[in-house]
Design a protein around this ligand. Structure first.
Ligand code: NAP
Length: 302
């Protein structure tokens, strides 16, 4: 397959590196990363140890437009700009798979690209981007992908098989939208608290007061999600969130990492989107709104 990764940072470069062991892969990324890969190859350390030499580009304009699969892995706040760039150059048959966290990414991409081209996925792999040309694979995880309409099409099956063949353990979901909501509820209850208190995920369960805040945020986020028909039981989501905290106890959340680097966070696509949906449906949003403001007060606003 001819695979292109739009937004080659931590997760895009990891997936691109693994896929490049069996496929033709082009990573679209920023100047320094592209230059480092051209010079020394892409080095993956940690849970995966490999050095690969995929093609690289700084823009979709440099890439041959007949692409079999485009992985879309920019942060949620870059979605509109990246989608606009793609729309001018990408073939109308190319499937675009978003592996982004947060709510509203598919809707943003579909402002520029027909929704029938877009698929979504969630992954629990962990990776960080310590320096250009180098990615650190912090944890193996599972990946779930699906068509937005939920049917198992030939193309989603092909992507699933392609991922599994290179060691990215993947299953197909008939309700990927629900999976995106579920991950957003969990992230809304973990990421802003770790970012504000500058702590690892596990600390949230070591303090009974913080644990109680996690539970209450999770219940509020779940009630908001229920206005969109998902998920049915808030008790279940609190348990799932605590399970994720235990499994990732030693991790620094992506939101905490962004704040430590002085970069923007995905708070708008997570708690911000929940506040927006909650207000529209006249559901309580106080805790999500508070976390939104606390995190936004710590990072640049542009
Ligand atoms: N990392 C993980 O473990 C993980 C796991 C699951 C899901 N995710 C999700 O995957 C998405 C990406 O996360 P990430 O951690 O991989 O972020 P990241 O390391 O910031 O990677 C995104 C990369 O895309 C670049 N970029 C942005 N717009 C671009 C454009 N128009 N053209 C070329 N390059 C562009 C960014 O450059 P600049 O930084 O210079 O803007 C950055 O290097 C997020 O939604 C995240 O929540 C991440």
């Amino acid at each position: 397959m001819n695979i292109v990764v739009m937004g080659s940072g931590a997760i895009g470069s990891l997936f691109g590196a693994l896929l490049s062991t069996k496929h033709t892969v082009t990573l679209i990324g920023r100047h320094d990363h592209v230059h480092a890969i051209k010079t020394d190859g892409l080095r993956i350390h940690g849970k995966t140890e490999v050095v690969v030499r995929p093609s690289v580009a700084k823009s979709i304009k440099e890439v041959y437009p007949l692409i079999d699969l485009l992985l879309f892995t920019v942060k949620s706040y870059d979605t509109l700009i990246a989608s606009r760039q793609l729309a001018l150059h990408i073939d109308e048959q190319t499937p675009i798979l978003s592996l982004q966290n947060g709510l509203g990414n598919v809707e943003k991409i579909s402002r520029f690209i027909p929704q029938r081209q877009i698929l979504a996925g969630v992954t629990t792999h962990g990776s960080i981007f310590p320096k250009p040309g180098t990615i650190y694979h912090t944890g193996f995880g599972d990946t779930t992908i699906g068509e937005i309409h939920g049917k198992t099409t030939g193309r989603v099956q092909q992507i699933c098989d392609t991922f599994n063949e290179v060691g990215i353990t993947t299953t197909i979901s008939k309700n990927i939208v629900a999976a995106l909501w579920e991950k957003s509820i969990i992230n809304s209850s973990i990421n802003p608290l770790t970012a504000f208190f500058q702590c690892k995920n596990g600390s949230l369960l070591q303090n009974p007061l913080l644990e109680s805040i996690v539970e209450r945020v999770c219940e509020e986020s779940t009630a908001i999600a229920q206005t969109n028909g998902f998920p049915p039981s808030s008790q279940n989501m609190v348990q799932k969130t605590k399970q994720v905290i235990c499994e990732t106890a030693h991790n620094q959340s992506s939101m905490l990492q962004s704040i430590q680097k002085g970069k923007r966070t995905e708070i708008d696509a997570i708690n911000g989107k929940l506040v927006e949906v909650g207000k529209k449906h006249h559901v309580e949003t106080t805790l999500n709104e508070l976390l939104l403001y606390l995190v936004k007060s710590r990072v640049p606003s542009t």
